[in-house]
Design a protein around this ligand. Structure first.
Ligand code: CA
Ligand code: CA
Ligand code: CA
Ligand code: CA
Length: 359
């Protein structure tokens, strides 16, 4: 993983897009991802766009994890697309799985955090950012190209836009750390009502997913132990029952990479563990919800790769995937065929949007 993104790693002095953050101890907050400083935002311009393909669009039980794919599926073919944000141009470059390409100026590199989602609920990913210094969201509806801006959150929050009410539209959401707790502020798309729910501690890491498989995202956190090598504990609030489930899994230093790796419609608890050196492999550990078995695989490199797990082959299962900053390659391990797909997209020091769901 590039130094610019070392903010996701605890226990180091880290440079985040020109802003230096001190991270100390084992229970330090991994800051939200931002992109590096450059020019002011300019208006959108679509350079190339492929024809839209109708998408079988599903709601209800077991479909919550499809929202994660839709967040990166701009052409609606049921497969996640390869998305890069280029800080030097404030531009999103998207290689669509259906073959089209998009260049879209959107966002401010020094300030905004990419927050892809399906805000209009048409089953296609919308380009979106959350602006840290104002708490404003900016997105483009894929359905009609309209631009939207909504204020939700404040400086220092972490954006966690997901579909918490299960209506098929991504809800604007942030978590705020302070006062001894983590509060989730969610603006429900179904009724426009904003809610605040305390869930977690300020030192927890977010881990949103649909763990109970009811189609609604559940509030969830990874709680580190006393040291980086202590076990971590996951807590998630089942949206159906309201009950919290507690699972000890992984180490405190592990990064959270939620996904539905076994394709049963429930988010699996999953983490990525870095190795000792930049050339060391990353190790993925997935606790499969379908059978309770932990799956482990070496995939990616510690010093150069960003996790970008998603469903790139469209089989409903999250694929292990990384984007490598040095060779600009997307490496995806396709769940359908258990083969690797490698493709070059982006330039060194670009930012892979798919890493937004690494915590
Ligand atoms: Ca696609
Ligand atoms: Ca959309
Ligand atoms: Ca929603
Ligand atoms: Ca749920």
């Amino acid at each position: 993983m590039n130094d610019l993104f070392r903010h996701v790693i605890r226990g180091a002095l880290i440079s985040v897009f020109g802003v230096f953050l001190i991270s100390s101890g084992s229970a330090q907050v991994r800051k939200p991802k931002k992109v590096r400083p450059t020019a002011p935002v300019r208006q959108q311009q679509t350079l190339v766009a492929s024809p839209a393909t109708p998408n079988a669009y599903l709601l209800g039980a077991g479909t919550g994890n499809l929202r994660l794919r839709e967040a990166l599926d701009t052409d609606g073919d049921g497969k996640a697309d390869y998305e890069i944000f280029r800080p030097s141009e404030n531009t999103w470059y998207i290689w669509q799985s259906g073959g089209g390409m998009i260049g879209q100026q959107w966002g401010l590199a020094n300030n905004d955090i990419p927050t892809p989602g399906d805000f209009d609920g048409d089953g296609k990913g919308d380009i979106a950012v959350w602006r840290d210094d104002t708490g404003d969201w900016y997105w483009i509806n894929s359905s009609n190209g309209t631009l939207h801006s909504v204020h939700w959150g404040t400086t220092g929050d972490e954006p966690v836009a997901r579909d918490y009410d299960g209506d098929g539209k991504t809800d604007l959401a942030v978590v705020r750390r302070g006062g001894g707790q983590m509060v989730w502020y969610i603006l429900r798309s179904s009724d426009g009502v904003g809610i605040g729910i305390p869930y977690g501690l300020p030192t927890d890491f977010t881990a949103p997913g649909d763990y109970d498989g009811d189609g609604k995202f559940d509030l969830a956190v990874q709680r580190p132990g006393p040291t980086a090598l202590s076990n971590a504990t996951f807590y998630y609030a089942n949206s159906t029952t309201g009950n919290t489930t507690t699972v000890v899994f992984g180490l405190s230093k592990d990064m959270v990479v939620p996904g539905d790796y076994d394709g049963d419609g429930k988010t699996d608890i999953a983490v990525v563990r870095e190795g000792a050196t930049p050339a060391s492999n990353l190790t993925w550990y997935v606790l499969r919800s379908s059978d309770g078995v932990t799956f482990g695989k070496l995939y990616g490199l510690t010093g150069y790769d960003y996790p970008v797990q998603n469903d790139y082959d469209g089989d409903g299962k999250t694929d292990l995937a990384v984007w490598r900053n040095t060779d600009r390659l997307f490496y995806t391990f396709r769940s359908t065929t258990s083969t690797e797909d490698v493709r070059q997209w982006g330039l060194p020091n670009d930012y892979p949007v798919g890493t937004y769901d690494t915590h």
